[in-house]
Design a protein around this ligand. Structure first.
Ligand SMILES: C[S@@+](CC[C@H](N)C(=O)[O-])C[C@H]1O[C@@H](n2cnc3c(N)ncnc32)[C@H](O)[C@@H]1O
Length: 355
């Protein structure tokens, strides 16, 4: 286990509770929300031999019926927070880096030769170098709504091969239809208010047969913080996160094909709560929910929250649980225009045999 200035990524042993079946599986209905290759998936959960030695509980989280209110995120506040956090982000993004690594590893099993890659919510461009190394002839477009983040992202790569940077909202992409071969998105989709709209946009800009691959967070994320605050006041202090089944349903509604989703828990531990709060601030992941309390939180409420959080302390450390959701899906090979016309990529049209 490697130790970081504040956080430690827990290396729990593998005797996990029995895995919970996704909803559709329970009912005997084939579900898209399962690993595509169970053998590979088991490997994936083995702790790595070197470097970060995470985690984790190998179980899929139970379905949680938690409806996310419309416009739950105050985007202007979120954007400001990410802008401010640009300089500190890389120093505290332990979890995000690990998530990106795990997501990139999944590409080992996908045959892909993209010419254009969109890194959606690229932040400081943590994944840009890896994407460029993996796909040597691809052009990476780093998109983020926080300019401060993009200023750092544009320094990634080499002098001859910088990413193109675009400051824009993931929910309304200023990109032409069908121009992107592969969309990569790490730890960003949870900041979008309308997942249907976002996925529709992603599908629109993907070429037919293009790939979307992402991570996001599920409802158990920061559960200790959520329950500690719930004992103190009625304000939303932690974003409401969508269940992976709902994310999968949204992919299907947007017309994506072959969606596969799974989730695992990663836990960071801290010596004290200040460490967690500093990290969240350093990431820009501050409370941008619309139902947040405005103004400063009083000392008494902070004290009450701290003592409520203490019940979670284990072996001298305070855990912060993250439910990490992984997903991928394909844009359909054919497009149906609003007038009902069907278009296919030329490569999908077979040759007529001579004679
Ligand atoms: C937690 S960071 C992840 C950054 C990067 N993908 C990584 O792995 O380090 C989330 C990023 O998404 C960006 N973001 C959040 N909502 C967005 C939106 N609606 N449109 C574009 N970018 C967004 C934020 O500015 C931030 O840089």
């Amino acid at each position: 286990m490697e130790t970081y200035p504040q956080a430690e990524l827990l290396d729990q042993n593998m005797d996990s509770p029995p895995s919970q079946q996704p909803r559709d599986q329970e009912q005997g209905v084939p579900s898209p929300w399962q690993p595509s290759d169970p053998g590979r998936d088991n490997d994936k959960h083995q702790p790595r031999a070197s470097g970060l030695a995470p985690v984790l509980e190998v179980r899929s989280p139970a379905r949680v019926q938690r409806v996310r209110p419309d416009e739950a995120i105050d985007k202007r506040a979120a954007r400001r927070a990410f802008d401010r956090a640009a300089a500190t982000y890389d120093g505290v993004a332990v979890l995000q880096r690990e998530m990106a690594t795990r997501l990139l590893e999944r590409l080992d099993y996908v045959r892909l030769s993209p010419k254009t890659i969109l890194d959606l919510g690229a932040g400081t461009g943590l994944a840009v170098d890896d994407l460029q190394r993996r796909y040597r002839s691809a052009r990476v477009l780093a998109l983020d709504f926080a300019l401060g983040m993009l200023r750092l992202a544009r320094r990634r790569g080499s002098l001859l091969r910088r990413p193109a940077c675009l400051c824009a909202d993931a929910e309304a992409l200023p990109l032409r239809e069908g121009g992107i071969d592969f969309i990569f998105s790490n730890a960003t989709l949870q900041w979008c208010n309308d997942l249907d709209r976002t996925f529709a946009e992603l599908r629109r800009v993907l070429v037919p047969g293009g790939l979307l691959m992402f991570t996001t967070f599920g409802p158990d994320t920061l559960r200790e913080l959520r329950t500690a605050w719930a004992q103190v006041d009625g304000h939303g202090h932690v974003s409401p996160f969508l269940d992976m089944h709902d994310v999968g349903d949204a992919l299907v509604r947007a017309g994506f094909e072959g969606p596969v989703l799974d989730a695992e828990y990663l836990t960071l531990t801290y010596a004290d709560l200040g460490g967690l709060m500093d990290d969240l601030r350093g990431l820009g992941a501050t409370n941008a929910t619309r139902e947040r309390a405005r103004g400063l939180t009083g000392k008494a409420r902070w004290r009450a929250m701290r003592s409520a959080y203490e019940v979670h302390r284990q072996e001298g450390r305070l855990p912060a649980t993250y439910e990490v959701v992984y997903g991928h899906a394909w844009a359909p090979m054919q497009r149906v225009a609003t007038d009902g016309a069907v278009s296919l990529p030329v490569s999908a049209i077979g040759r007529r045999s001579p004679g």
